[in-house]
Design a protein around this ligand. Structure first.
Ligand code: DUC
Ligand code: ZN
Ligand code: ZN
Length: 479
Protein backbone atom coordinates (compact mmCIF):
# COMPACT_ATOMS: atom_id res chain seq x y z
CA UNK A 1 0.00 0.00 0.00
CA UNK A 2 1.29 3.46 -0.84
CA UNK A 3 2.54 5.55 2.05
CA UNK A 4 0.48 8.59 1.07
CA UNK A 5 -2.94 9.00 -0.49
CA UNK A 6 -1.50 11.84 -2.56
CA UNK A 7 1.97 13.14 -3.33
CA UNK A 8 2.49 16.43 -5.15
CA UNK A 9 5.99 16.25 -6.60
CA UNK A 10 8.42 19.05 -7.43
CA UNK A 11 6.43 21.87 -5.92
CA UNK A 12 7.91 25.35 -5.60
CA UNK A 13 6.05 25.80 -2.35
CA UNK A 14 5.34 29.31 -1.13
CA UNK A 15 4.39 30.14 2.43
CA UNK A 16 4.11 33.52 4.13
CA UNK A 17 7.75 33.04 5.17
CA UNK A 18 9.57 30.94 2.55
CA UNK A 19 9.85 29.53 -0.92
CA UNK A 20 11.29 26.01 -1.16
CA UNK A 21 11.34 23.03 -3.48
CA UNK A 22 9.50 20.08 -1.98
CA UNK A 23 7.21 17.15 -2.48
CA UNK A 24 4.02 17.32 -0.45
CA UNK A 25 2.69 14.11 1.11
CA UNK A 26 -1.00 14.01 2.00
CA UNK A 27 -2.90 11.58 4.18
CA UNK A 28 -6.48 11.92 5.44
CA UNK A 29 -6.72 15.31 3.75
CA UNK A 30 -3.79 16.74 5.69
CA UNK A 31 -0.18 17.48 4.84
CA UNK A 32 1.87 14.84 6.64
CA UNK A 33 5.27 15.11 4.93
CA UNK A 34 7.38 17.73 3.20
CA UNK A 35 10.72 17.09 1.51
CA UNK A 36 12.21 15.94 -1.77
CA UNK A 37 12.10 12.26 -2.66
CA UNK A 38 9.03 11.27 -0.65
CA UNK A 39 7.75 7.70 -0.94
CA UNK A 40 4.91 6.92 -3.31
CA UNK A 41 1.32 8.04 -3.17
CA UNK A 42 -1.83 6.32 -4.36
CA UNK A 43 -2.20 9.41 -6.51
CA UNK A 44 0.68 11.52 -7.74
CA UNK A 45 0.62 14.99 -9.27
CA UNK A 46 3.75 16.47 -10.82
CA UNK A 47 3.82 20.19 -10.10
CA UNK A 48 6.90 20.39 -12.37
CA UNK A 49 8.52 23.26 -10.48
CA UNK A 50 5.42 25.42 -10.51
CA UNK A 51 4.50 27.68 -7.62
CA UNK A 52 2.25 25.96 -5.10
CA UNK A 53 0.56 28.25 -2.57
CA UNK A 54 -1.87 27.64 0.28
CA UNK A 55 -5.45 27.73 -0.95
CA UNK A 56 -6.95 31.16 -0.71
CA UNK A 57 -9.09 32.21 2.22
CA UNK A 58 -11.67 34.71 1.08
CA UNK A 59 -12.53 36.21 4.43
CA UNK A 60 -14.99 38.73 3.08
CA UNK A 61 -17.64 37.48 0.68
CA UNK A 62 -21.43 37.40 0.65
CA UNK A 63 -23.44 34.36 -0.45
CA UNK A 64 -27.21 34.00 -0.21
CA UNK A 65 -27.41 36.89 2.24
CA UNK A 66 -30.90 38.39 2.55
CA UNK A 67 -30.81 42.01 1.37
CA UNK A 68 -34.19 43.38 2.43
CA UNK A 69 -34.35 45.79 -0.54
CA UNK A 70 -36.00 43.62 -3.18
CA UNK A 71 -32.77 42.42 -4.73
CA UNK A 72 -31.51 38.84 -4.44
CA UNK A 73 -27.89 37.75 -4.32
CA UNK A 74 -27.01 35.77 -7.41
CA UNK A 75 -24.74 33.30 -5.65
CA UNK A 76 -25.74 30.82 -3.01
CA UNK A 77 -23.35 28.38 -1.33
CA UNK A 78 -23.37 26.08 -4.37
CA UNK A 79 -22.39 28.61 -7.02
CA UNK A 80 -20.39 30.83 -4.67
CA UNK A 81 -18.10 28.11 -3.39
CA UNK A 82 -17.81 26.55 -6.87
CA UNK A 83 -16.66 29.89 -8.24
CA UNK A 84 -14.28 30.36 -5.32
CA UNK A 85 -12.66 26.94 -5.88
CA UNK A 86 -12.15 27.58 -9.60
CA UNK A 87 -10.27 30.75 -8.68
CA UNK A 88 -7.97 29.11 -6.12
CA UNK A 89 -9.90 29.77 -2.93
CA UNK A 90 -10.40 26.84 -0.56
CA UNK A 91 -12.04 28.54 2.43
CA UNK A 92 -14.70 31.24 2.47
CA UNK A 93 -16.03 33.26 5.38
CA UNK A 94 -19.37 34.86 4.47
CA UNK A 95 -21.71 36.62 6.88
CA UNK A 96 -24.63 35.52 9.03
CA UNK A 97 -26.45 38.84 9.22
CA UNK A 98 -28.77 39.72 12.10
CA UNK A 99 -31.84 41.70 11.05
CA UNK A 100 -32.78 44.41 13.53
CA UNK A 101 -35.22 42.85 16.00
CA UNK A 102 -33.97 39.34 15.23
CA UNK A 103 -32.01 37.22 17.66
CA UNK A 104 -28.42 36.65 16.65
CA UNK A 105 -28.85 32.90 17.05
CA UNK A 106 -31.86 32.88 14.71
CA UNK A 107 -29.71 34.62 12.10
CA UNK A 108 -27.00 31.97 12.49
CA UNK A 109 -29.48 29.08 12.32
CA UNK A 110 -31.00 30.56 9.17
CA UNK A 111 -27.56 30.91 7.62
CA UNK A 112 -26.61 27.33 8.51
CA UNK A 113 -29.76 26.19 6.70
CA UNK A 114 -28.72 28.19 3.64
CA UNK A 115 -25.27 26.62 3.63
CA UNK A 116 -26.04 23.04 4.64
CA UNK A 117 -25.19 20.44 2.02
CA UNK A 118 -24.22 23.03 -0.58
CA UNK A 119 -20.60 24.07 -0.20
CA UNK A 120 -17.83 22.62 -2.36
CA UNK A 121 -15.09 23.98 -0.09
CA UNK A 122 -14.83 24.64 3.64
CA UNK A 123 -16.53 27.64 5.18
CA UNK A 124 -16.83 29.54 8.43
CA UNK A 125 -19.18 32.39 9.32
CA UNK A 126 -18.66 35.91 10.51
CA UNK A 127 -21.59 37.46 12.34
CA UNK A 128 -23.04 40.86 11.47
CA UNK A 129 -24.32 42.51 14.63
CA UNK A 130 -26.99 45.11 13.86
CA UNK A 131 -29.06 45.06 17.04
CA UNK A 132 -26.86 44.91 20.13
CA UNK A 133 -29.57 44.56 22.77
CA UNK A 134 -28.51 43.67 26.31
CA UNK A 135 -29.48 40.06 25.61
CA UNK A 136 -27.35 39.99 22.46
CA UNK A 137 -24.36 41.54 24.20
CA UNK A 138 -24.53 39.67 27.47
CA UNK A 139 -25.75 36.25 26.38
CA UNK A 140 -26.02 35.52 22.65
CA UNK A 141 -22.78 37.01 21.37
CA UNK A 142 -20.53 35.42 24.04
CA UNK A 143 -22.22 32.05 23.50
CA UNK A 144 -21.79 32.19 19.71
CA UNK A 145 -18.16 33.27 20.06
CA UNK A 146 -17.59 30.26 22.33
CA UNK A 147 -19.17 28.05 19.66
CA UNK A 148 -16.72 29.18 16.96
CA UNK A 149 -18.18 32.33 15.44
CA UNK A 150 -15.29 34.39 16.67
CA UNK A 151 -15.48 37.43 14.42
CA UNK A 152 -18.22 39.90 13.62
CA UNK A 153 -18.80 42.89 11.41
CA UNK A 154 -20.39 46.13 12.49
CA UNK A 155 -21.59 48.90 10.20
CA UNK A 156 -21.30 52.66 10.64
CA UNK A 157 -23.72 53.25 7.76
CA UNK A 158 -27.04 51.95 6.28
CA UNK A 159 -30.16 52.50 8.39
CA UNK A 160 -30.94 48.78 8.50
CA UNK A 161 -27.48 47.83 9.73
CA UNK A 162 -25.68 50.69 11.44
CA UNK A 163 -24.76 51.04 15.08
CA UNK A 164 -24.54 54.41 16.78
CA UNK A 165 -21.35 55.41 18.58
CA UNK A 166 -22.52 54.19 21.97
CA UNK A 167 -23.59 50.83 20.50
CA UNK A 168 -20.21 50.50 18.82
CA UNK A 169 -18.44 51.01 22.12
CA UNK A 170 -20.67 48.46 23.89
CA UNK A 171 -20.08 45.93 21.14
CA UNK A 172 -16.32 46.50 21.01
CA UNK A 173 -16.19 45.97 24.77
CA UNK A 174 -17.77 42.52 24.35
CA UNK A 175 -15.20 41.68 21.67
CA UNK A 176 -12.43 42.70 24.01
CA UNK A 177 -13.77 40.64 26.89
CA UNK A 178 -14.50 37.57 24.75
CA UNK A 179 -11.45 37.74 22.47
CA UNK A 180 -13.34 38.16 19.19
CA UNK A 181 -12.21 40.05 16.07
CA UNK A 182 -14.34 43.02 14.99
CA UNK A 183 -14.57 44.07 11.36
CA UNK A 184 -15.76 47.63 10.77
CA UNK A 185 -17.52 49.08 7.73
CA UNK A 186 -16.32 52.66 8.08
CA UNK A 187 -18.43 55.26 6.26
CA UNK A 188 -20.25 58.16 7.91
CA UNK A 189 -24.01 57.50 7.57
CA UNK A 190 -25.26 61.06 8.03
CA UNK A 191 -22.83 62.56 5.55
CA UNK A 192 -23.91 59.98 2.96
CA UNK A 193 -27.60 60.53 3.57
CA UNK A 194 -27.22 64.33 3.41
CA UNK A 195 -25.22 64.17 0.18
CA UNK A 196 -27.62 61.62 -1.31
CA UNK A 197 -30.66 63.82 -0.68
CA UNK A 198 -28.89 66.86 -2.17
CA UNK A 199 -27.84 64.90 -5.27
CA UNK A 200 -31.29 63.43 -5.83
CA UNK A 201 -33.02 66.78 -5.24
CA UNK A 202 -30.72 68.18 -7.96
CA UNK A 203 -31.74 65.43 -10.38
CA UNK A 204 -28.39 63.67 -10.14
CA UNK A 205 -29.68 60.13 -9.88
CA UNK A 206 -27.59 58.10 -12.37
CA UNK A 207 -25.31 55.28 -11.14
CA UNK A 208 -22.20 57.46 -11.34
CA UNK A 209 -23.52 59.69 -8.56
CA UNK A 210 -23.14 56.77 -6.15
CA UNK A 211 -19.45 57.72 -5.99
CA UNK A 212 -20.25 61.40 -5.38
CA UNK A 213 -22.55 60.45 -2.51
CA UNK A 214 -19.75 58.61 -0.69
CA UNK A 215 -16.56 60.63 -1.16
CA UNK A 216 -13.30 59.68 0.49
CA UNK A 217 -14.00 62.13 3.31
CA UNK A 218 -16.89 60.03 4.64
CA UNK A 219 -14.65 56.98 4.78
CA UNK A 220 -11.79 58.95 6.33
CA UNK A 221 -13.99 60.38 9.10
CA UNK A 222 -15.52 57.02 10.00
CA UNK A 223 -12.15 55.28 9.86
CA UNK A 224 -10.77 57.86 12.27
CA UNK A 225 -13.74 57.37 14.61
CA UNK A 226 -13.52 53.59 14.50
CA UNK A 227 -9.83 53.79 15.36
CA UNK A 228 -10.54 56.16 18.24
CA UNK A 229 -13.18 53.79 19.63
CA UNK A 230 -10.81 50.84 19.33
CA UNK A 231 -8.19 52.84 21.23
CA UNK A 232 -10.67 53.82 23.93
CA UNK A 233 -11.83 50.25 24.48
CA UNK A 234 -8.32 48.84 23.91
CA UNK A 235 -9.41 46.24 21.39
CA UNK A 236 -8.08 45.38 17.93
CA UNK A 237 -10.33 46.03 14.95
CA UNK A 238 -10.03 45.30 11.27
CA UNK A 239 -11.19 48.01 8.89
CA UNK A 240 -12.72 46.30 5.86
CA UNK A 241 -12.74 47.31 2.18
CA UNK A 242 -10.40 50.29 2.50
CA UNK A 243 -10.54 52.25 -0.73
CA UNK A 244 -7.86 54.92 -0.76
CA UNK A 245 -5.32 57.34 0.62
CA UNK A 246 -7.22 59.26 3.27
CA UNK A 247 -8.39 56.14 5.09
CA UNK A 248 -4.97 54.55 4.69
CA UNK A 249 -3.37 57.60 6.31
CA UNK A 250 -5.60 57.14 9.35
CA UNK A 251 -4.72 53.46 9.57
CA UNK A 252 -1.02 54.05 9.11
CA UNK A 253 -1.06 56.67 11.86
CA UNK A 254 -2.81 54.23 14.22
CA UNK A 255 -0.45 51.37 13.40
CA UNK A 256 2.54 53.69 13.86
CA UNK A 257 1.24 54.63 17.29
CA UNK A 258 1.01 51.06 18.46
CA UNK A 259 -2.73 50.55 18.05
CA UNK A 260 -3.83 47.14 16.88
CA UNK A 261 -5.59 48.29 13.73
CA UNK A 262 -5.76 45.76 10.91
CA UNK A 263 -6.89 46.57 7.41
CA UNK A 264 -8.33 44.85 4.38
CA UNK A 265 -8.55 45.96 0.78
CA UNK A 266 -10.09 44.39 -2.32
CA UNK A 267 -9.44 44.13 -6.07
CA UNK A 268 -11.93 46.87 -6.92
CA UNK A 269 -9.69 49.45 -5.25
CA UNK A 270 -6.73 48.40 -7.40
CA UNK A 271 -8.37 47.86 -10.77
CA UNK A 272 -11.56 49.97 -10.89
CA UNK A 273 -12.13 53.69 -10.60
CA UNK A 274 -15.12 56.01 -10.25
CA UNK A 275 -15.04 56.34 -14.05
CA UNK A 276 -16.24 52.73 -14.26
CA UNK A 277 -19.52 53.94 -12.78
CA UNK A 278 -19.97 55.87 -16.03
CA UNK A 279 -19.17 59.19 -17.62
CA UNK A 280 -22.79 59.69 -18.69
CA UNK A 281 -26.14 58.78 -17.21
CA UNK A 282 -26.31 55.25 -18.63
CA UNK A 283 -27.31 52.39 -16.38
CA UNK A 284 -24.21 50.44 -17.36
CA UNK A 285 -22.31 51.99 -14.47
CA UNK A 286 -24.54 50.02 -12.06
CA UNK A 287 -22.24 47.07 -12.71
CA UNK A 288 -19.52 48.73 -10.62
CA UNK A 289 -21.63 50.12 -7.78
CA UNK A 290 -20.12 48.99 -4.52
CA UNK A 291 -19.33 50.64 -1.21
CA UNK A 292 -17.01 52.31 -0.60
CA UNK A 293 -16.90 53.21 -4.29
CA UNK A 294 -13.78 52.79 -6.41
CA UNK A 295 -11.76 56.05 -6.38
CA UNK A 296 -9.17 57.22 -8.93
CA UNK A 297 -5.76 56.20 -10.27
CA UNK A 298 -3.87 58.12 -7.58
CA UNK A 299 -5.78 56.27 -4.87
CA UNK A 300 -5.18 52.94 -6.63
CA UNK A 301 -1.45 53.64 -6.40
CA UNK A 302 -1.69 54.32 -2.67
CA UNK A 303 -3.63 51.08 -2.15
CA UNK A 304 -0.88 49.20 -4.02
CA UNK A 305 1.67 50.85 -1.71
CA UNK A 306 -0.33 49.67 1.30
CA UNK A 307 -0.19 46.11 0.00
CA UNK A 308 3.53 46.42 -0.54
CA UNK A 309 4.47 48.11 2.72
CA UNK A 310 2.37 46.19 5.20
CA UNK A 311 -0.48 48.59 6.00
CA UNK A 312 -2.88 45.91 4.75
CA UNK A 313 -3.04 42.44 6.25
CA UNK A 314 -5.88 41.03 4.15
CA UNK A 315 -6.83 41.04 0.47
CA UNK A 316 -10.38 39.76 0.11
CA UNK A 317 -12.97 40.01 -2.64
CA UNK A 318 -16.04 41.52 -0.93
CA UNK A 319 -17.91 39.39 -3.47
CA UNK A 320 -21.47 40.77 -3.29
CA UNK A 321 -23.07 39.23 -6.36
CA UNK A 322 -26.03 40.76 -8.23
CA UNK A 323 -26.98 40.05 -11.82
CA UNK A 324 -26.99 43.00 -14.23
CA UNK A 325 -29.92 41.72 -16.30
CA UNK A 326 -33.02 40.15 -14.86
CA UNK A 327 -35.59 41.34 -12.37
CA UNK A 328 -33.89 40.82 -9.01
CA UNK A 329 -30.33 42.11 -9.38
CA UNK A 330 -29.08 45.55 -10.31
CA UNK A 331 -32.39 46.28 -12.06
CA UNK A 332 -34.68 45.27 -9.18
CA UNK A 333 -36.06 48.83 -9.10
CA UNK A 334 -35.84 49.41 -12.84
CA UNK A 335 -33.29 51.18 -15.03
CA UNK A 336 -34.42 54.58 -13.86
CA UNK A 337 -33.91 53.85 -10.19
CA UNK A 338 -31.75 56.41 -8.44
CA UNK A 339 -28.24 55.28 -7.51
CA UNK A 340 -29.17 54.74 -3.87
CA UNK A 341 -31.75 52.08 -4.86
CA UNK A 342 -29.37 49.98 -6.95
CA UNK A 343 -28.12 46.75 -5.39
CA UNK A 344 -24.78 47.50 -3.81
CA UNK A 345 -21.93 45.13 -4.61
CA UNK A 346 -19.86 43.47 -7.29
CA UNK A 347 -18.66 39.93 -7.92
CA UNK A 348 -15.04 38.88 -7.48
CA UNK A 349 -14.63 35.65 -5.51
CA UNK A 350 -13.18 33.80 -8.51
CA UNK A 351 -10.91 36.54 -9.86
CA UNK A 352 -9.33 37.74 -6.56
CA UNK A 353 -6.34 35.38 -6.45
CA UNK A 354 -5.40 35.53 -10.13
CA UNK A 355 -5.66 39.32 -10.25
CA UNK A 356 -3.20 39.70 -7.38
CA UNK A 357 -0.83 36.98 -8.58
CA UNK A 358 -0.83 38.31 -12.12
CA UNK A 359 -0.71 42.05 -11.38
CA UNK A 360 1.05 41.92 -8.02
CA UNK A 361 3.54 39.05 -8.04
CA UNK A 362 4.24 38.73 -11.76
CA UNK A 363 4.70 42.46 -12.20
CA UNK A 364 7.14 42.49 -9.29
CA UNK A 365 5.02 44.67 -6.99
CA UNK A 366 4.87 42.10 -4.19
CA UNK A 367 6.82 38.99 -3.31
CA UNK A 368 5.10 35.60 -3.59
CA UNK A 369 5.33 35.28 0.22
CA UNK A 370 3.48 38.56 0.65
CA UNK A 371 0.80 37.27 -1.73
CA UNK A 372 0.34 34.25 0.52
CA UNK A 373 0.09 36.42 3.63
CA UNK A 374 -2.49 38.68 2.03
CA UNK A 375 -4.68 36.05 0.43
CA UNK A 376 -4.51 33.28 3.00
CA UNK A 377 -2.23 33.18 6.04
CA UNK A 378 -3.19 36.46 7.67
CA UNK A 379 -6.91 35.78 7.33
CA UNK A 380 -6.38 32.38 8.95
CA UNK A 381 -4.62 34.05 11.87
CA UNK A 382 -6.98 37.00 12.23
CA UNK A 383 -10.09 34.83 12.16
CA UNK A 384 -8.96 31.82 14.18
CA UNK A 385 -8.35 29.21 11.47
CA UNK A 386 -4.56 28.98 11.76
CA UNK A 387 -2.67 26.61 11.54
CA UNK A 388 -5.30 24.26 10.13
CA UNK A 389 -5.74 26.70 7.22
CA UNK A 390 -3.44 29.25 5.64
CA UNK A 391 -0.12 27.44 5.35
CA UNK A 392 1.83 24.63 3.77
CA UNK A 393 2.94 22.86 6.91
CA UNK A 394 2.79 19.43 8.45
CA UNK A 395 -0.59 18.99 10.07
CA UNK A 396 -2.32 21.65 7.98
CA UNK A 397 -5.20 20.78 5.68
CA UNK A 398 -3.96 20.03 2.18
CA UNK A 399 -5.64 23.12 0.73
CA UNK A 400 -3.38 24.05 -2.14
CA UNK A 401 -3.17 25.87 -5.45
CA UNK A 402 -0.81 24.84 -8.25
CA UNK A 403 -0.33 27.87 -10.47
CA UNK A 404 -0.25 28.14 -14.23
CA UNK A 405 1.82 31.16 -15.15
CA UNK A 406 3.09 32.88 -18.22
CA UNK A 407 0.34 32.24 -20.75
CA UNK A 408 -1.46 35.55 -21.23
CA UNK A 409 -5.20 35.42 -21.72
CA UNK A 410 -8.10 37.83 -21.79
CA UNK A 411 -10.42 37.53 -18.83
CA UNK A 412 -14.03 37.02 -19.78
CA UNK A 413 -17.14 36.29 -17.78
CA UNK A 414 -17.69 33.19 -19.93
CA UNK A 415 -14.69 31.60 -18.13
CA UNK A 416 -16.15 32.11 -14.68
CA UNK A 417 -18.36 29.87 -12.57
CA UNK A 418 -20.36 32.31 -10.48
CA UNK A 419 -24.02 32.93 -11.22
CA UNK A 420 -23.48 36.57 -12.14
CA UNK A 421 -23.84 37.67 -15.76
CA UNK A 422 -20.81 39.94 -15.82
CA UNK A 423 -17.38 40.53 -14.33
CA UNK A 424 -16.16 44.09 -13.72
CA UNK A 425 -12.76 42.90 -14.99
CA UNK A 426 -13.97 41.80 -18.44
CA UNK A 427 -11.23 42.21 -21.04
CA UNK A 428 -8.27 42.45 -18.65
CA UNK A 429 -5.10 40.70 -19.75
CA UNK A 430 -3.98 38.24 -17.08
CA UNK A 431 -0.90 36.04 -16.94
CA UNK A 432 -1.81 33.48 -14.30
CA UNK A 433 -4.65 31.24 -13.21
CA UNK A 434 -4.86 28.19 -10.91
CA UNK A 435 -4.03 25.03 -12.81
CA UNK A 436 -5.36 22.94 -9.92
CA UNK A 437 -7.10 23.71 -6.65
CA UNK A 438 -7.06 21.07 -3.91
CA UNK A 439 -9.29 21.11 -0.85
CA UNK A 440 -8.20 18.69 1.88
CA UNK A 441 -6.22 16.81 -0.75
CA UNK A 442 -9.08 16.51 -3.20
CA UNK A 443 -8.92 18.23 -6.60
CA UNK A 444 -11.87 20.63 -6.69
CA UNK A 445 -10.72 22.50 -9.81
CA UNK A 446 -8.66 20.68 -12.43
CA UNK A 447 -8.09 23.61 -14.75
CA UNK A 448 -11.12 22.91 -16.85
CA UNK A 449 -14.05 22.13 -14.56
CA UNK A 450 -15.02 22.23 -10.90
CA UNK A 451 -15.56 18.99 -9.02
CA UNK A 452 -19.24 18.11 -9.02
CA UNK A 453 -19.47 17.62 -5.26
CA UNK A 454 -21.60 20.33 -3.69
CA UNK A 455 -21.92 19.52 -0.01
CA UNK A 456 -18.40 18.18 0.57
CA UNK A 457 -17.35 21.48 2.17
CA UNK A 458 -17.26 21.47 5.96
CA UNK A 459 -18.33 24.15 8.41
CA UNK A 460 -15.33 25.38 10.37
CA UNK A 461 -15.73 26.48 13.97
CA UNK A 462 -13.08 29.17 14.48
CA UNK A 463 -10.77 29.51 17.44
CA UNK A 464 -10.57 32.80 19.25
CA UNK A 465 -8.07 34.65 17.04
CA UNK A 466 -4.63 35.11 18.60
CA UNK A 467 -4.43 38.76 17.48
CA UNK A 468 -7.72 39.53 19.27
CA UNK A 469 -6.62 38.37 22.69
CA UNK A 470 -6.23 40.95 25.45
CA UNK A 471 -2.78 42.35 25.92
CA UNK A 472 -1.32 41.52 29.30
CA UNK A 473 -1.60 44.83 31.12
CA UNK A 474 -3.53 46.30 34.01
CA UNK A 475 -7.15 46.52 33.00
CA UNK A 476 -7.93 49.95 34.38
CA UNK A 477 -11.35 50.17 32.80
CA UNK A 478 -12.50 46.75 34.05
CA UNK A 479 -14.49 46.35 30.83
N1 DUC B 1 -20.38 46.42 2.40
C1 DUC B 1 -19.90 45.24 2.16
O1 DUC B 1 -19.05 44.77 2.90
N2 DUC B 1 -20.31 44.53 1.12
C2 DUC B 1 -21.29 44.97 0.22
C3 DUC B 1 -21.83 46.31 0.47
C4 DUC B 1 -21.27 47.00 1.63
O2 DUC B 1 -21.64 48.12 1.90
ZN1 ZN C 1 -19.15 46.73 4.17
ZN1 ZN D 1 -18.95 43.01 2.11
Amino acid sequence: MAEFELVIRNARAVTAADIFMTDIGVRDGRIVALGLGLAGGTREIDAAGRHVTPGGIDSHCHFDQPTGDGSVMADNFVSGTRSAACGGTTTVIPFACQQKGQSLRAAVEDYHRRAAGKALIDYAFHLIVTDPTPDVLERELPALIAEGLTSFKIYMTYDALKLDDRQMLETLAVARREGAMVMVHAENADCISWLTSKLIAGGHTAPRFHAASRPMLVEREATHRAIAFAELVDVPVLIVHVSGREAIEQIRWAQGNGLRIHAETCPQYLFLSAEDLGCDDSFHGAKCICSPPPRDKANQAVVWEGLENGVFQVFSSDHAPFRFDGPDGKRAHGENASFDQIANGIPGVETRMALLWSEGVMRGRIEPQRFVELTSTNAAKLYGLYPRKGSIAIGADADLVIWNEGQPFTLSNTMLHHNVDYTPYEGMQLHAWPALTLSRGEVVWDGTAPLDAAGRGQFLACDRPGPAQKRRRVDELAL
